[in-house]
Design a protein around this ligand. Structure first.
Ligand SMILES: Nc1nc2c(ncn2[C@@H]2O[C@H](COP(=O)(O)OP(=O)(O)OP(=O)(O)O)[C@@H](O)[C@H]2O)c(=O)[nH]1
Ligand SMILES: [Mg+2]
Length: 375
């Protein structure tokens, strides 16, 4: 999965203004008529919920907006360059790559249609017609356009899911996601079937949440074993975790501890994330016969455990109900940022300043009651 890329973006340069004079028969000294240059296009990032990876950046690393055109004679202004809108998946963080390699966070794209200005286009230069004054009626100067900004950026995708399913390979994580959502992740009885996080929307009446099926974790994953732990970046922003345990495992309690230890090694903060613990595959007789014993073992650890079968759906509804309850209580880990404000300047008509010498209208006198407060 492509979830971290470095790209280069460049806004369009402003077009140059020109020096030109009107030349026409019977119009002596036609005067300056050099037009202004057009503005360069800016580059924006825009949130798009249908995207799930930064794949579109794999082969295209350089992005440019259009330059503004130069001005022309007859006071013709150059055309402004078009803005470039780059679509990115929700959860994309934009970092600037400074020269000293320090990364500075610039923006976090979290909502559909959210626009973030990456680089501003250059300004078009004025043509000589602009500089004509009563004392300089034939100016021979024109401005050059300013160059568009350019910058190296790092895009870092951390998918936004409310709930993340974690556990050893083969525990049935993908089966659970496909049982409760329309997502159709690959399911098979060998480990590491899922190689990248898959999102699904769980709809429960008026409430819904996004759940992520995360690839299996094994012991030593923090040292790169198995698929490593890089994909865990995608659960950093979840509010609740569902820790799924394979009921057919020889030692389910040890499995729980093993995965928890890896999670903590990856990110100590994950330890405090609210979570549901569920033992899967209770439809199998060998698992069902172990339930009383398992219940005791988990109870001794002080862990509340749910027993489910993702395949038959037994206990799944209850698990989802409890997950929803936990979600509504859990604080948000994703700071939903407001739409950036300073993107478009909104010009509003201001009240006219009173003319010089005009009679000042006194501010309406505040109504005052008598000493008893009556009006
Ligand atoms: N009997 C039974 N089998 C199940 C159940 N849930 C999953 N399985 C089977 O367990 C195997 C693994 O299921 P997956 O959903 O692919 O497991 P996973 O946790 O996503 O595995 P990875 O993607 O490899 O980490 C498949 O053969 C499933 O059919 C269950 O509730 N009961
Ligand atoms: Mg899977």
């Amino acid at each position: 999965m492509i979830d971290r890329v470095e790209i280069y973006v460049k806004a369009g340069d402003g077009g140059n203004g020109v020096v030109s004079f009107r030349r026409e028969k019977f119009v002596p000294r036609g005067g300056p008529d050099g037009g202004n240059g057009g503005h360069g296009g800016s580059v924006y990032f825009m949130g798009k919920s249908s995207l799930n990876t930064l794949m579109s950046f794999k082969y295209k690393r350089r992005w440019r907006a259009e330059n503004g055109a130069n001005g022309q004679g007859k006071k013709k202004a150059g055309k402004s360059g078009k803005d470039l809108l780059i679509e990115v998946p929700l959860g994309t963080q934009v970092w600037s790559k400074e020269q000293d390699k320090k990364e500075v966070s610039l923006a976090d794209v979290v909502t559909e249609g959210q626009r973030v200005l990456a680089v501003q286009g250059g300004k078009g230069g004025f043509g000589n017609a602009h500089f004509a004054t009563s004392t300089n009626q034939a100016p021979r100067t024109a401005e050059q356009g300013t160059p568009g900004e350019e910058v190296h950026l790092l895009l870092d995708l951390k998918l936004i899911a409310d709930v993340g399913i974690v556990g050893y390979p083969n525990a049935g994580k993908s089966t659970l996601l496909s049982a409760v959502s329309k997502a159709r992740p690959k399911i098979a009885d060998y480990p590491f079937t899922t190689t990248e996080p898959i999102l699904g929307v769980v709809d429960r009446g008026y409430q819904s949440f996004v759940m992520a099926d995360i690839p299996g974790i094994i012991e030593g994953a923090h040292e790169g074993r198995g698929l490593g732990l890089d994909f865990l970046r995608h659960i950093e922003r979840t509010k609740v975790l569902i820790h799924l345990i394979d009921g057919t495992s020889a030692k389910p309690v040890a499995d729980l501890k093993g995965v928890e230890a890896e999670l903590e090694l990856y990110q100590p903060l994950l330890k405090d994330r609210p979570r549901m613990i569920a033992v899967n595959k209770i439809d199998l007789p060998e698992v069902r016969s172990l339930l009383p014993q398992l219940e005791q073992e988990f109870k001794a650890l002080g862990v509340r455990v749910y027993f489910i079968s993702a395949a038959t759906g037994e206990g799944v509804e209850d698990l989802m109900k409890k997950t929803l309850e936990l979600l509504s209580r859990a604080g948000s880990f994703v700071e939903k940022k407001k739409e950036p404000e300073a993107e478009y300047k909104v010009f509003r008509p201001q009240p006219l300043a009173p003319r010089k010498g005009a009679r000042q209208v006194p501010e309406r006198r505040k109504r005052q009651g008598d000493k008893h407060g009556r009006e």
